[in-house]
Ligand binder design. Structure first.
Ligand code: FVH
Length: 289
């Protein structure tokens, strides 16, 4: 089977993993990095090292970019826009939705296709269909290159607005940080009474996957409807329960700022007259800022 040629610009930890996955899937892969020595192991595994970004982008119709930030992307691509015309750039560099939209408009002005991407994995997960790669931007570019992109991880199409992949990315990282911080706070609390993190964590994971994700599914419908019936647990109930967490932490000298933030939000909603609503009501407080 004929696999399309691909160029990868940027061979940091992630760019190297991307190039490796493409090589493993049988693509002719041309690579370029500001510090060329990093390409050595990839070249040993079959990649072609380009001497300049211009040479690299001329080698393939599909160009993946994964560098530090969008300033680096523009600095890298600006001098080679002439060679990019008619090709497609898939930008897997992390950035804001605004940067993604601006870069897509800039690409359109120079006559090349643009897809913005967000990698929901660390380098060891690249190449596994279990890893999600989010894309938004040109539907035509996504359709043409979907199969190649599947070599990196499952390609998830988020539509035509090029900013949406970056929006999901920051939002999902927020979910990750909130979850990891909550779990680390909990391990500190349990650890204060001698419970090992390795003993606590399987129970925490079961709670998250068996119950909390279920709450999220039901509450998403409430958020979209703007209606928050407290028919599972009311904010009045949460208010009492979170008081126990705050007190247990204080008694053990644990930093309480994380649960106190949730406690303050619950308190505001209850004082505002919404004590009989579900936890999903708090979205209104986030919206008010
Ligand atoms: N590593 C990860 O787990 C995360 C997962 C989610 C997505 N991110 C994003 O991927 C981008 C690259 O991250 P990385 O982990 O590969 O980062 P580094 O290993 O530090 O490599 C950075 C590469 O960027 C090159 N670079 C930096 N500045 C410039 C520039 N002005 N012009 C050209 N290239 C530049 C750097 O080159 P060098 O230092 O080797 O010469 C590396 O190739 C990032 O957006 C993450 O948020 C990864």
């Amino acid at each position: 089977m004929n696999r399309e040629d691909v160029t990868v610009l940027g061979l940091g930890q992630m760019g190297t993993a991307l190039a490796d996955a493409l090589l493993a899937a049988g693509h002719n892969t041309t690579v370029w990095n500001r510090t060329p020595a990093k390409a050595g192991p990839l070249v040993a595994r079959g990649a072609t090292l380009a001497a300049t970004p211009g040479e690299a982008v001329s080698a393939a119709g599909l160009v993946l970019v994964c560098v530090l930030d969008y300033d680096a992307v523009r600095a890298l691509l600006e001098p080679v826009t002439g060679s990019l015309a008619g090709r497609t750039v898939v930008n897997l560099t992390s950035g804001s939705p605004e940067q993604a939209r601006e870069t897509a408009a800039w690409a359109a002005g120079h006559g090349f296709g643009y897809l913005d991407g967000a990698i929901m994995s660390t380098p060891p997960g690249v190449g596994s269909p279990a890893s999600m790669f989010l894309y938004s931007g040109s539907p035509a570019a996504f359709a043409v290159h979907r199969e190649t992109l599947a070599a990196l991880g499952e390609p998830v199409d988020l539509g035509e607005d090029p900013g949406v992949a970056a929006l999901y990315d920051v939002a999902l990282l927020g979910v990750m940080w909130a979850t990891l911080s909550g779990w680390l706070h909990a391990t500190a609390l349990a650890g204060a009474d001698g419970v090992a993190a390795t003993a606590f964590t399987p129970v925490a994971v079961r709670w998250l996957t068996g119950a909390v994700t279920g709450f999220m599914g039901a509450y998403a419908e409430q958020v979209d409807a703007g209606h928050y019936p407290g028919d599972d647990a009311t904010l009045d109930v949460h208010r009492a329960a979170i008081g126990h967490l705050v007190h247990a932490g204080r008694d053990r000298g644990i930093d309480g700022r994380l649960p106190e933030l949730s406690q303050a939000l619950i308190e505001r909603a209850v004082v505002g007259g919404n004590g009989s609503d579900s936890y999903a009501r708090l979205v209104e407080l986030f919206r008010k800022g």
